[in-house]
Design a binder for this molecule. Structure first.
Ligand SMILES: Cc1cc2nc3c(=O)[nH]c(=O)nc-3n(C[C@H](O)[C@H](O)[C@H](O)COP(=O)(O)OP(=O)(O)OC[C@H]3O[C@@H](n4cnc5c(N)ncnc54)[C@H](O)[C@@H]3O)c2cc1C
Length: 410
Protein backbone atom coordinates (compact mmCIF):
# COMPACT_ATOMS: atom_id res chain seq x y z
CA UNK A 1 0.00 0.00 0.00
CA UNK A 2 1.30 3.43 -0.96
CA UNK A 3 0.54 6.36 1.25
CA UNK A 4 0.54 10.10 0.46
CA UNK A 5 -0.24 13.26 2.36
CA UNK A 6 -2.35 14.53 -0.55
CA UNK A 7 -4.18 12.57 -3.24
CA UNK A 8 -6.11 13.99 -6.19
CA UNK A 9 -8.69 11.55 -7.57
CA UNK A 10 -9.01 12.44 -11.26
CA UNK A 11 -6.45 13.62 -13.80
CA UNK A 12 -8.15 16.46 -15.66
CA UNK A 13 -8.22 20.24 -15.54
CA UNK A 14 -8.63 20.46 -11.75
CA UNK A 15 -5.76 18.02 -11.19
CA UNK A 16 -3.31 19.79 -13.51
CA UNK A 17 -3.97 23.16 -11.93
CA UNK A 18 -4.08 21.94 -8.33
CA UNK A 19 -0.70 20.27 -8.96
CA UNK A 20 0.67 23.61 -10.18
CA UNK A 21 -0.45 25.28 -6.96
CA UNK A 22 0.99 22.52 -4.75
CA UNK A 23 4.27 22.91 -6.63
CA UNK A 24 4.19 26.69 -6.26
CA UNK A 25 3.79 26.20 -2.50
CA UNK A 26 6.83 23.90 -2.58
CA UNK A 27 5.41 20.81 -0.91
CA UNK A 28 8.11 18.20 -0.19
CA UNK A 29 8.67 15.51 -2.88
CA UNK A 30 6.47 12.40 -2.63
CA UNK A 31 3.62 14.11 -0.75
CA UNK A 32 1.21 14.44 -3.68
CA UNK A 33 -0.20 11.72 -5.91
CA UNK A 34 -2.61 12.14 -8.85
CA UNK A 35 -4.68 9.07 -9.68
CA UNK A 36 -6.11 9.27 -13.17
CA UNK A 37 -8.12 6.90 -15.34
CA UNK A 38 -6.58 8.55 -18.41
CA UNK A 39 -3.49 7.47 -20.33
CA UNK A 40 -2.38 11.08 -20.90
CA UNK A 41 -1.04 13.58 -18.37
CA UNK A 42 -3.58 16.30 -17.39
CA UNK A 43 -4.55 18.34 -20.47
CA UNK A 44 -6.91 21.18 -21.28
CA UNK A 45 -10.23 20.08 -22.74
CA UNK A 46 -11.36 23.28 -24.54
CA UNK A 47 -9.02 22.63 -27.51
CA UNK A 48 -10.67 19.21 -28.02
CA UNK A 49 -13.61 20.91 -29.72
CA UNK A 50 -11.52 23.70 -31.29
CA UNK A 51 -7.92 23.75 -32.54
CA UNK A 52 -6.98 20.21 -31.45
CA UNK A 53 -10.07 18.87 -33.22
CA UNK A 54 -9.15 20.93 -36.27
CA UNK A 55 -5.69 19.30 -36.25
CA UNK A 56 -4.01 22.60 -35.51
CA UNK A 57 -2.57 21.61 -32.11
CA UNK A 58 -0.63 18.61 -30.85
CA UNK A 59 -1.07 16.72 -27.56
CA UNK A 60 2.07 18.41 -26.17
CA UNK A 61 0.55 21.81 -26.86
CA UNK A 62 -2.55 21.13 -24.80
CA UNK A 63 -0.88 19.59 -21.72
CA UNK A 64 -1.51 21.73 -18.63
CA UNK A 65 2.05 21.20 -17.39
CA UNK A 66 4.95 20.00 -19.46
CA UNK A 67 5.76 16.30 -18.98
CA UNK A 68 8.87 16.94 -16.83
CA UNK A 69 6.95 19.14 -14.38
CA UNK A 70 5.60 16.31 -12.23
CA UNK A 71 8.88 14.54 -11.68
CA UNK A 72 10.72 17.80 -11.17
CA UNK A 73 8.31 18.67 -8.37
CA UNK A 74 8.20 15.21 -6.78
CA UNK A 75 4.57 14.64 -7.79
CA UNK A 76 3.54 11.04 -8.44
CA UNK A 77 1.11 10.57 -11.34
CA UNK A 78 -0.60 7.21 -11.71
CA UNK A 79 -2.09 7.13 -15.21
CA UNK A 80 -4.48 4.50 -16.56
CA UNK A 81 -5.60 3.88 -12.99
CA UNK A 82 -9.37 3.93 -12.51
CA UNK A 83 -10.36 4.03 -8.85
CA UNK A 84 -13.08 1.43 -8.36
CA UNK A 85 -13.80 1.78 -4.64
CA UNK A 86 -13.34 4.49 -2.01
CA UNK A 87 -13.27 4.06 1.76
CA UNK A 88 -13.46 7.57 3.17
CA UNK A 89 -13.71 6.37 6.79
CA UNK A 90 -10.31 4.69 6.50
CA UNK A 91 -8.87 7.21 3.99
CA UNK A 92 -8.19 4.69 1.24
CA UNK A 93 -8.73 4.36 -2.49
CA UNK A 94 -8.70 1.08 -4.39
CA UNK A 95 -7.55 0.74 -7.99
CA UNK A 96 -6.03 -2.00 -10.16
CA UNK A 97 -5.70 -4.27 -7.10
CA UNK A 98 -3.70 -1.57 -5.28
CA UNK A 99 -4.57 0.43 -2.20
CA UNK A 100 -3.68 4.12 -2.05
CA UNK A 101 -3.88 5.75 1.37
CA UNK A 102 -4.14 9.52 1.89
CA UNK A 103 -4.28 12.07 4.61
CA UNK A 104 -6.23 14.61 2.52
CA UNK A 105 -8.21 13.89 -0.65
CA UNK A 106 -9.30 16.15 -3.51
CA UNK A 107 -12.11 14.62 -5.58
CA UNK A 108 -11.88 15.83 -9.18
CA UNK A 109 -13.64 13.16 -11.20
CA UNK A 110 -15.42 15.65 -13.48
CA UNK A 111 -18.23 14.56 -15.75
CA UNK A 112 -18.90 12.36 -18.77
CA UNK A 113 -21.09 12.90 -21.82
CA UNK A 114 -24.79 12.14 -21.56
CA UNK A 115 -25.51 9.39 -24.06
CA UNK A 116 -28.29 9.07 -26.61
CA UNK A 117 -29.52 5.54 -26.11
CA UNK A 118 -31.79 5.25 -29.14
CA UNK A 119 -32.00 2.42 -31.66
CA UNK A 120 -28.73 2.08 -33.58
CA UNK A 121 -26.71 3.87 -30.90
CA UNK A 122 -23.96 1.26 -31.16
CA UNK A 123 -23.27 1.75 -34.88
CA UNK A 124 -19.76 2.82 -35.85
CA UNK A 125 -18.94 6.47 -36.42
CA UNK A 126 -21.15 7.83 -33.64
CA UNK A 127 -18.92 9.90 -31.36
CA UNK A 128 -19.01 11.71 -28.04
CA UNK A 129 -16.42 14.28 -27.08
CA UNK A 130 -14.77 14.37 -23.67
CA UNK A 131 -11.34 12.80 -23.86
CA UNK A 132 -8.34 13.31 -26.09
CA UNK A 133 -8.98 9.90 -27.71
CA UNK A 134 -12.51 11.01 -28.69
CA UNK A 135 -11.14 14.10 -30.41
CA UNK A 136 -8.49 12.02 -32.20
CA UNK A 137 -11.12 9.55 -33.43
CA UNK A 138 -13.37 12.36 -34.67
CA UNK A 139 -10.61 14.18 -36.49
CA UNK A 140 -9.43 10.98 -38.11
CA UNK A 141 -12.93 10.14 -39.37
CA UNK A 142 -13.47 13.73 -40.44
CA UNK A 143 -10.72 13.29 -43.05
CA UNK A 144 -12.74 10.57 -44.75
CA UNK A 145 -16.34 11.78 -44.79
CA UNK A 146 -18.52 14.18 -46.75
CA UNK A 147 -21.50 14.72 -44.48
CA UNK A 148 -21.94 14.81 -40.73
CA UNK A 149 -24.73 15.26 -38.23
CA UNK A 150 -24.17 16.94 -34.90
CA UNK A 151 -26.83 16.18 -32.30
CA UNK A 152 -27.26 19.00 -29.77
CA UNK A 153 -27.63 22.73 -30.17
CA UNK A 154 -25.59 24.13 -27.32
CA UNK A 155 -21.93 24.49 -26.38
CA UNK A 156 -20.24 21.32 -27.67
CA UNK A 157 -22.68 20.96 -30.56
CA UNK A 158 -21.98 24.48 -31.79
CA UNK A 159 -18.21 24.12 -31.49
CA UNK A 160 -18.03 20.67 -33.12
CA UNK A 161 -20.28 21.84 -35.96
CA UNK A 162 -18.04 24.85 -36.60
CA UNK A 163 -14.91 22.66 -36.86
CA UNK A 164 -16.52 20.01 -39.08
CA UNK A 165 -18.14 22.53 -41.43
CA UNK A 166 -14.90 24.51 -41.64
CA UNK A 167 -13.07 21.37 -42.71
CA UNK A 168 -15.36 21.01 -45.72
CA UNK A 169 -17.90 18.54 -44.31
CA UNK A 170 -21.57 19.37 -44.97
CA UNK A 171 -22.85 19.45 -41.41
CA UNK A 172 -26.39 19.33 -40.08
CA UNK A 173 -27.16 20.29 -36.49
CA UNK A 174 -30.22 18.63 -34.97
CA UNK A 175 -31.66 19.81 -31.66
CA UNK A 176 -35.04 19.61 -29.89
CA UNK A 177 -35.28 23.25 -28.83
CA UNK A 178 -36.89 25.95 -30.96
CA UNK A 179 -33.61 27.82 -31.32
CA UNK A 180 -29.91 27.33 -30.87
CA UNK A 181 -28.64 27.18 -27.24
CA UNK A 182 -32.06 28.18 -26.01
CA UNK A 183 -31.27 27.57 -22.34
CA UNK A 184 -28.66 30.33 -22.37
CA UNK A 185 -28.90 32.60 -25.43
CA UNK A 186 -31.50 35.36 -25.71
CA UNK A 187 -33.69 35.09 -28.85
CA UNK A 188 -31.56 37.85 -30.46
CA UNK A 189 -28.35 35.90 -29.77
CA UNK A 190 -29.80 32.67 -31.18
CA UNK A 191 -30.95 34.51 -34.31
CA UNK A 192 -27.47 35.96 -34.85
CA UNK A 193 -25.69 32.60 -34.43
CA UNK A 194 -28.24 30.71 -36.52
CA UNK A 195 -27.79 33.17 -39.41
CA UNK A 196 -24.04 32.98 -39.02
CA UNK A 197 -24.07 29.18 -39.17
CA UNK A 198 -26.46 29.10 -42.14
CA UNK A 199 -24.29 31.57 -44.02
CA UNK A 200 -21.41 29.16 -43.61
CA UNK A 201 -23.43 26.31 -45.05
CA UNK A 202 -24.61 24.55 -41.89
CA UNK A 203 -28.13 23.06 -41.98
CA UNK A 204 -30.03 23.65 -38.75
CA UNK A 205 -32.91 21.37 -37.82
CA UNK A 206 -34.58 22.75 -34.71
CA UNK A 207 -37.51 21.18 -32.82
CA UNK A 208 -36.35 17.76 -33.96
CA UNK A 209 -35.63 14.83 -31.64
CA UNK A 210 -33.37 12.03 -32.78
CA UNK A 211 -35.20 8.71 -32.40
CA UNK A 212 -32.79 6.32 -34.15
CA UNK A 213 -29.56 5.88 -36.06
CA UNK A 214 -29.60 3.58 -39.07
CA UNK A 215 -26.87 1.97 -41.12
CA UNK A 216 -25.11 -1.21 -41.99
CA UNK A 217 -22.45 -1.54 -39.31
CA UNK A 218 -21.64 2.17 -39.73
CA UNK A 219 -24.09 4.98 -39.28
CA UNK A 220 -25.66 6.12 -42.57
CA UNK A 221 -28.61 8.20 -41.45
CA UNK A 222 -30.16 9.86 -38.47
CA UNK A 223 -33.91 9.47 -38.02
CA UNK A 224 -35.98 12.07 -36.20
CA UNK A 225 -39.34 12.01 -34.44
CA UNK A 226 -41.03 13.82 -37.32
CA UNK A 227 -39.87 11.08 -39.69
CA UNK A 228 -36.99 12.94 -41.31
CA UNK A 229 -34.04 10.81 -42.45
CA UNK A 230 -30.83 12.83 -42.49
CA UNK A 231 -27.88 11.20 -44.31
CA UNK A 232 -24.69 11.06 -42.24
CA UNK A 233 -21.25 9.47 -42.63
CA UNK A 234 -20.49 10.36 -39.04
CA UNK A 235 -22.37 11.72 -36.02
CA UNK A 236 -21.14 13.73 -33.04
CA UNK A 237 -23.47 13.82 -30.04
CA UNK A 238 -23.15 16.77 -27.64
CA UNK A 239 -26.19 16.74 -25.37
CA UNK A 240 -24.72 17.64 -22.00
CA UNK A 241 -22.85 15.78 -19.28
CA UNK A 242 -23.51 13.79 -16.13
CA UNK A 243 -21.26 14.01 -13.05
CA UNK A 244 -18.91 11.11 -12.25
CA UNK A 245 -20.33 10.65 -8.75
CA UNK A 246 -21.39 6.97 -8.65
CA UNK A 247 -18.13 5.95 -6.97
CA UNK A 248 -19.17 7.88 -3.86
CA UNK A 249 -22.77 6.64 -3.64
CA UNK A 250 -22.42 4.61 -0.44
CA UNK A 251 -19.72 6.39 1.50
CA UNK A 252 -21.70 9.03 3.36
CA UNK A 253 -20.78 12.00 1.18
CA UNK A 254 -23.43 14.64 0.73
CA UNK A 255 -24.36 14.28 -2.95
CA UNK A 256 -26.87 16.27 -5.01
CA UNK A 257 -28.23 15.59 -8.51
CA UNK A 258 -25.48 17.54 -10.23
CA UNK A 259 -22.56 16.52 -8.06
CA UNK A 260 -20.85 16.46 -4.68
CA UNK A 261 -21.94 19.21 -2.32
CA UNK A 262 -19.13 21.36 -0.91
CA UNK A 263 -19.09 24.43 1.29
CA UNK A 264 -17.57 27.83 0.55
CA UNK A 265 -14.07 26.42 1.17
CA UNK A 266 -14.76 23.52 -1.26
CA UNK A 267 -14.82 21.06 1.65
CA UNK A 268 -17.21 18.11 1.60
CA UNK A 269 -19.00 16.92 4.73
CA UNK A 270 -16.04 14.52 5.32
CA UNK A 271 -13.11 16.11 7.18
CA UNK A 272 -10.05 16.27 4.93
CA UNK A 273 -12.03 15.52 1.76
CA UNK A 274 -12.49 18.30 -0.78
CA UNK A 275 -13.98 18.41 -4.27
CA UNK A 276 -13.48 20.82 -7.17
CA UNK A 277 -14.52 21.40 -10.79
CA UNK A 278 -17.37 19.85 -12.77
CA UNK A 279 -18.13 17.37 -9.98
CA UNK A 280 -19.10 20.05 -7.43
CA UNK A 281 -22.20 21.83 -6.30
CA UNK A 282 -20.61 24.62 -4.28
CA UNK A 283 -21.73 27.33 -1.91
CA UNK A 284 -21.04 30.46 -3.93
CA UNK A 285 -20.26 33.62 -2.00
CA UNK A 286 -20.81 36.04 -4.90
CA UNK A 287 -24.48 35.12 -5.41
CA UNK A 288 -25.03 33.54 -1.98
CA UNK A 289 -26.47 30.39 -3.45
CA UNK A 290 -25.41 26.91 -4.51
CA UNK A 291 -23.86 26.80 -7.98
CA UNK A 292 -22.82 24.03 -10.32
CA UNK A 293 -20.49 25.11 -13.13
CA UNK A 294 -19.18 22.95 -15.97
CA UNK A 295 -16.48 25.23 -17.34
CA UNK A 296 -12.73 25.33 -17.67
CA UNK A 297 -12.09 28.48 -15.63
CA UNK A 298 -14.08 27.10 -12.70
CA UNK A 299 -11.98 23.92 -12.76
CA UNK A 300 -8.75 25.94 -12.95
CA UNK A 301 -9.66 28.31 -10.12
CA UNK A 302 -11.26 25.70 -7.86
CA UNK A 303 -8.31 23.34 -8.40
CA UNK A 304 -5.84 25.99 -7.28
CA UNK A 305 -8.08 27.11 -4.43
CA UNK A 306 -8.59 23.57 -3.13
CA UNK A 307 -4.83 23.03 -3.07
CA UNK A 308 -4.37 26.17 -0.95
CA UNK A 309 -7.11 25.13 1.48
CA UNK A 310 -5.56 21.65 1.77
CA UNK A 311 -2.32 23.40 2.72
CA UNK A 312 -4.11 25.30 5.48
CA UNK A 313 -5.00 28.62 3.80
CA UNK A 314 -8.66 28.83 4.85
CA UNK A 315 -10.26 31.31 2.44
CA UNK A 316 -13.71 31.01 0.86
CA UNK A 317 -13.79 30.46 -2.91
CA UNK A 318 -14.94 33.86 -4.20
CA UNK A 319 -14.93 33.95 -7.98
CA UNK A 320 -17.28 35.19 -10.71
CA UNK A 321 -18.03 32.24 -13.03
CA UNK A 322 -16.53 32.66 -16.50
CA UNK A 323 -16.37 30.83 -19.78
CA UNK A 324 -15.36 31.42 -23.37
CA UNK A 325 -16.11 29.81 -26.69
CA UNK A 326 -14.71 29.99 -30.23
CA UNK A 327 -16.89 29.12 -33.21
CA UNK A 328 -15.80 29.71 -36.82
CA UNK A 329 -13.99 33.04 -36.59
CA UNK A 330 -16.02 34.30 -33.62
CA UNK A 331 -14.84 34.39 -30.00
CA UNK A 332 -16.97 35.35 -27.07
CA UNK A 333 -16.80 35.47 -23.30
CA UNK A 334 -19.38 35.18 -20.58
CA UNK A 335 -19.33 36.04 -16.89
CA UNK A 336 -21.75 35.29 -14.09
CA UNK A 337 -24.95 33.33 -13.65
CA UNK A 338 -28.07 34.65 -15.41
CA UNK A 339 -30.59 32.61 -13.41
CA UNK A 340 -32.85 35.03 -11.55
CA UNK A 341 -32.51 37.78 -14.17
CA UNK A 342 -35.71 39.62 -15.09
CA UNK A 343 -34.37 41.70 -17.94
CA UNK A 344 -31.67 41.50 -20.60
CA UNK A 345 -30.14 44.48 -22.37
CA UNK A 346 -28.28 44.24 -25.70
CA UNK A 347 -25.56 46.76 -26.55
CA UNK A 348 -23.90 47.25 -29.93
CA UNK A 349 -24.72 45.70 -33.30
CA UNK A 350 -26.26 42.27 -32.82
CA UNK A 351 -26.65 41.64 -36.58
CA UNK A 352 -22.96 42.36 -37.17
CA UNK A 353 -21.68 40.16 -34.34
CA UNK A 354 -20.31 43.08 -32.31
CA UNK A 355 -22.48 43.07 -29.23
CA UNK A 356 -22.79 42.47 -25.53
CA UNK A 357 -25.71 41.27 -23.44
CA UNK A 358 -26.35 42.23 -19.82
CA UNK A 359 -28.62 40.26 -17.48
CA UNK A 360 -30.16 42.31 -14.63
CA UNK A 361 -32.00 41.24 -11.45
CA UNK A 362 -35.29 42.90 -10.42
CA UNK A 363 -33.38 45.45 -8.34
CA UNK A 364 -31.03 46.28 -11.25
CA UNK A 365 -28.10 44.23 -9.97
CA UNK A 366 -25.89 42.94 -12.78
CA UNK A 367 -26.00 39.13 -12.72
CA UNK A 368 -24.29 38.12 -15.95
CA UNK A 369 -22.75 39.50 -19.14
CA UNK A 370 -21.87 38.17 -22.60
CA UNK A 371 -19.29 40.11 -24.64
CA UNK A 372 -18.27 39.53 -28.27
CA UNK A 373 -16.06 41.87 -30.26
CA UNK A 374 -16.74 44.91 -28.07
CA UNK A 375 -14.45 47.52 -26.50
CA UNK A 376 -12.16 46.09 -23.80
CA UNK A 377 -13.81 48.16 -21.08
CA UNK A 378 -16.89 45.91 -21.31
CA UNK A 379 -14.82 42.79 -20.69
CA UNK A 380 -13.05 44.51 -17.84
CA UNK A 381 -16.12 45.91 -16.11
CA UNK A 382 -18.40 42.86 -16.43
CA UNK A 383 -16.76 40.64 -13.76
CA UNK A 384 -16.00 43.58 -11.48
CA UNK A 385 -19.58 44.83 -11.53
CA UNK A 386 -21.02 41.34 -11.03
CA UNK A 387 -18.71 40.77 -8.06
CA UNK A 388 -19.57 44.11 -6.47
CA UNK A 389 -23.33 43.75 -7.11
CA UNK A 390 -23.42 46.93 -9.21
CA UNK A 391 -26.88 48.19 -10.10
CA UNK A 392 -27.45 49.28 -13.68
CA UNK A 393 -30.45 50.49 -15.65
CA UNK A 394 -31.63 49.52 -19.11
CA UNK A 395 -31.50 53.18 -20.18
CA UNK A 396 -27.94 53.64 -19.03
CA UNK A 397 -26.73 50.46 -20.68
CA UNK A 398 -28.52 51.29 -23.93
CA UNK A 399 -27.67 54.95 -24.13
CA UNK A 400 -24.11 55.28 -22.86
CA UNK A 401 -21.62 54.89 -25.71
CA UNK A 402 -18.74 54.24 -23.33
CA UNK A 403 -18.61 53.05 -19.72
CA UNK A 404 -15.67 55.33 -19.07
CA UNK A 405 -17.32 58.48 -20.39
CA UNK A 406 -20.31 58.16 -18.09
CA UNK A 407 -20.44 56.65 -14.61
CA UNK A 408 -23.04 53.92 -14.15
CA UNK A 409 -26.27 54.48 -12.27
CA UNK A 410 -26.02 54.05 -8.51
C1 LIG B 1 -14.66 19.06 -25.73
C2 LIG B 1 -14.77 20.04 -24.60
C3 LIG B 1 -14.63 21.40 -24.86
C4 LIG B 1 -14.73 22.33 -23.83
N1 LIG B 1 -14.60 23.65 -24.10
C5 LIG B 1 -14.70 24.55 -23.11
C6 LIG B 1 -14.58 25.95 -23.38
O1 LIG B 1 -14.39 26.38 -24.52
N2 LIG B 1 -14.69 26.83 -22.37
C7 LIG B 1 -14.92 26.40 -21.09
O2 LIG B 1 -15.02 27.24 -20.21
N3 LIG B 1 -15.05 25.08 -20.79
C8 LIG B 1 -14.94 24.14 -21.77
N4 LIG B 1 -15.06 22.80 -21.48
C9 LIG B 1 -15.35 22.37 -20.10
C10 LIG B 1 -14.07 22.13 -19.28
O3 LIG B 1 -13.11 21.47 -20.01
C11 LIG B 1 -14.46 21.34 -18.03
O4 LIG B 1 -15.30 22.17 -17.26
C12 LIG B 1 -13.24 20.89 -17.24
O5 LIG B 1 -12.52 19.93 -17.96
C13 LIG B 1 -13.63 20.32 -15.87
O6 LIG B 1 -12.47 19.89 -15.22
P1 LIG B 1 -12.51 18.72 -14.13
O7 LIG B 1 -11.11 18.51 -13.69
O8 LIG B 1 -13.58 18.98 -13.15
O9 LIG B 1 -13.00 17.43 -14.96
P2 LIG B 1 -12.23 16.70 -16.13
O10 LIG B 1 -11.32 17.63 -16.84
O11 LIG B 1 -13.27 15.98 -16.92
O12 LIG B 1 -11.32 15.63 -15.38
C14 LIG B 1 -11.89 14.55 -14.67
C15 LIG B 1 -10.84 13.47 -14.58
O13 LIG B 1 -11.24 12.48 -13.63
C16 LIG B 1 -10.90 11.22 -14.17
N5 LIG B 1 -11.71 10.20 -13.48
C17 LIG B 1 -13.05 10.12 -13.41
N6 LIG B 1 -13.40 9.04 -12.68
C18 LIG B 1 -12.25 8.46 -12.27
C19 LIG B 1 -11.95 7.32 -11.49
N7 LIG B 1 -12.90 6.53 -10.96
N8 LIG B 1 -10.64 7.01 -11.25
C20 LIG B 1 -9.65 7.78 -11.76
N9 LIG B 1 -9.89 8.87 -12.52
C21 LIG B 1 -11.17 9.21 -12.76
C22 LIG B 1 -11.18 11.38 -15.64
O14 LIG B 1 -10.58 10.37 -16.40
C23 LIG B 1 -10.58 12.75 -15.88
O15 LIG B 1 -9.20 12.65 -16.07
C24 LIG B 1 -14.99 21.87 -22.51
C25 LIG B 1 -15.13 20.49 -22.26
C26 LIG B 1 -15.02 19.57 -23.29
C27 LIG B 1 -15.19 18.11 -23.01
Amino acid sequence: MDSYRFVILGGGVVAGNAAQEFARCEIPPGELCIVSAEKTLPYDRPPLSKDFLANEKTVEEILINEPGFYQANGIVVRLDTAVTHVDLDNKKLYANGDTIAYDKLLIATGARPRTLDVMGHDLQNIFYLRHIGDARDIRQQAQQVQQAVVVGGSFIGMEATAVLQSSGIATTMIFPEARVWQAFFTPEMSRFFENYYRNRGVTLLSEEKVTAFAGNGRVQKVITESGREVPADMVVVGIGVVPNKELFADCGLHIADKGIVVNRFLETNFPGVMAAGDITVYEDVVYNQQLHIEHWDNAVQQGKHAARVMLGEMQPFAHVPYFFSDVFDLSYEFWGDPSGAVQTVHRGEVEDGRFSVWWLAADGRLLAAFVMDRPDEEREMAPQWIQSGKKLTTEWLTESKSFVAKSAAA
